[in-house]
Write a protein that binds this ligand. Structure first.
Ligand SMILES: C[S@@+](CC[C@H](N)C(=O)[O-])C[C@H]1O[C@@H](n2cnc3c(N)ncnc32)[C@H](O)[C@@H]1O
Length: 367
């Protein structure tokens, strides 16, 4: 085992390489991978799995040091976890982490995830790669049991958010938007691709939790079976139009006049599951988890969103405070913040009403 240190994430002790990442999405290095900044991502998995209920069989398919696996096995009651990684060096870390936490519900596996997922079925399949999860998606679909969960991380934000259109078109078979809310559309392109891939196997999906933060996207979807469910899922995949001059944006089930996408137009989260998710005091970043959970619960499902900077520059007024703006919008119709950005809001209101609300809020704020 290479040089390591033992740290604590939540209540779980973790042996990790002495030299490890502490910021950014993380890239391939010389040693087994561990990124301190992803502790929040792992906290969310803990809250999520606790809310799902007991008796789950979990595959952490790209486990590296087994940090997520060890935390799941240690912090979620009545769970059975397989920590798998193709890198033989990761097994040493995982075994050490089993020993450090006295775990009897965590098994080490050292295979290509495609092999593991063709041999066994799991209630929850976690894919946490360097970059895009798409090359692993078919294996994950194969290995997830009926009504099971796929949990996917994507750190390839540049293609999804429109900075690398060519790559997005190749990998996600979708045309990305270069617009102020590019992380919203990136998240929805990822979900749209998963939905379309599932449909090819006569499967559908229900997003349970989907978010963007710290330069990565993360989605948890329940996989449902049957052609009817696949059709219902595909009906929620559509296209988008955006005009930079007028700020007009709209969505449509088909591509005519709506050149961007395909992307997911349905809900990002399952309200029932969000209601069941709880922030325990033992989580590593409990404060951040509470804040994000509140935002996910509060935000509307609509993909139509706005960044205050684009409206301010269009109307040539200073941005109002978000509370004032939401108050003004809400007098005309539903509006909410968005978890994707603190300066972004969601509403289905017609653009003229959005602009009127904005001017009203800006004037009150500047009195
Ligand atoms: C970003 S790291 C995973 C980080 C880890 N989930 C955590 O929370 O610390 C990606 C890992 O995927 C592993 N990997 C790459 N291709 C794989 C494959 N085909 N099957 C299994 N593991 C793979 C790499 O060895 C690497 O350890």
């Amino acid at each position: 085992m290479t040089s390591h240190v033992v740290i604590k994430e939540g209540p779980t002790h973790l042996a990790v390489p002495s030299l490890h990442s502490s910021g950014g999405p993380g890239t391939k290095g010389l040693d087994v991978f561990y990124n301190r900044q992803m502790a929040f991502n792992r906290d969310v998995s803990i809250m999520f799995l606790r809310a799902l209920g007991s008796g789950l069989k979990v595959a952490d398919c790209m486990a590296a040091t087994g940090s997520r696996s060890a935390r799941m096995a240690n912090e979620v009651p009545d769970i059975e976890v397989v920590a798998n990684d193709i890198d033989p060096r990761s097994g040493d870390f995982i075994r050490k982490n089993i020993e450090l936490n006295g775990l009897d519900n965590l098994r080490v596996n050292n295979q290509d995830l495609a092999c593991l997922l063709s041999e066994e079925r799991f209630d929850y399949v976690d894919i946490d790669p360097f970059g895009s999860p798409i090359p692993y998606l078919h294996s994950a679909i194969k290995g997830v049991s009926r009504n099971g969960i796929l949990a996917l991380t994507a750190t390839d934000t540049a293609p999804l958010a429109g900075a690398r259109r060519d790559k997005c078109e190749r990998r996600y078979l979708a045309r990305p938007l270069k617009w102020p809310c590019h992380h919203e559309s990136g998240l929805r392109i990822l979900l749209g691709t998963v939905a379309r891939d599932l449909a090819r196997f006569d499967k559908g999906m229900e997003p349970l939790l989907s978010f963007y933060c710290d330069h990565y996207f993360r989605v948890y979807v329940r996989v449902t079976k049957g052609a009817e469910r696949a059709d219902r899922t595909l009906a929620q995949v559509g296209h988008m139009a955006y005009d930079r001059q007028s700020l007009v944006r709209s969505v449509s089930p088909d591509a005519q006049g709506h050149p961007y996408g395909p992307l997911w137009l349905g809900p990002l989260h399952d309200r029932g599951l969000l209601a069941d998710m709880e922030v325990g005091p033992s989580l590593q970043e409990a404060g951040r988890c509470s804040k994000m959970l509140a935002l996910w619960r509060e935000e509307l499902d609509t993909p139509l969103c706005y960044e205050v900077a684009e409206i301010s520059s269009y109307l040539k007024v200073s941005p109002p405070r978000m509370e004032k703006l939401l108050h003004s919008l809400s007098r005309r119709g539903p509006a909410s913040r968005s978890h994707v950005s603190p300066t972004c809001f969601r509403t289905d209101l017609p653009l003229e009403e959005v602009l009127d609300s904005y001017l009203e809020a800006a004037q009150i704020d500047n009195l």
